[in-house]
Design a protein. Structure first.
Length: 165
């Protein structure tokens, strides 16, 4: 379904691809040899040298005038103890009842300079869905968008140039 944008007058596809990062920036920055020797990685979890622990999550942005959120697929860094807890709860149907955990954003999100390292809260959502994260700082641009919503035009700005994997 498409809607005509009140900002630019073009049609925006409500089903357009959503922005997603394949790996944490810290992993992407490693050379191939270091990555092969010291990184455990799959599409949900990542560990660098048994010292840094990452989980893939979604960062929901409400889209004004739509029932669903625009989901940015991000990686977050968590403490070792939280990573262990997430692992223990990975297939537990009751994991959504777990209290939120502290995390930091492990990707520099398009349109948000200095987003890498932003403080987040991570909430487990269930064994068949990725955890969701929420920006702690409501005054930071990404936190403000998460709390107040974005326009369909802004959602299209996140998606511009994306290709299906």
């Amino acid at each position: 379904m498409t809607t005509t944008c009140a900002v630019c007058g073009t049609e925006h596809d409500e089903e357009a691809l959503e922005l997603g990062y394949r790996r944490p920036d810290a992993v992407i920055d490693l050379d191939a040899a270091t990555r092969a020797a010291g990184v455990f990685e799959n599409d949900d979890l990542c560990v660098i040298d048994a010292k840094r622990f990452f989980v893939r999550a979604t960062l929901p942005l409400p889209v004004n005038g739509r029932s669903g959120n625009y989901q940015i697929g991000v990686w977050v860094e968590v403490a070792s103890s939280d990573f262990d807890r997430i692992g223990k709860l990975w297939t537990d149907p009751g994991q959504a009842a777990e209290p939120p955990m502290s995390a930091t954003l492990a990707n520099e999100v398009r349109l948000h300079p200095e987003s890498l390292g932003q403080a987040l809260l991570l909430q487990l959502t269930g064994p068949k869905t990725r955890p969701q994260v929420f920006v702690r700082d409501a005054t930071y641009s990404l936190g403000a968008e998460q709390r107040h919503g974005i326009s369909a035009h802004r959602a299209s700005e996140y998606s511009v140039g994306l290709r299906a994997a």
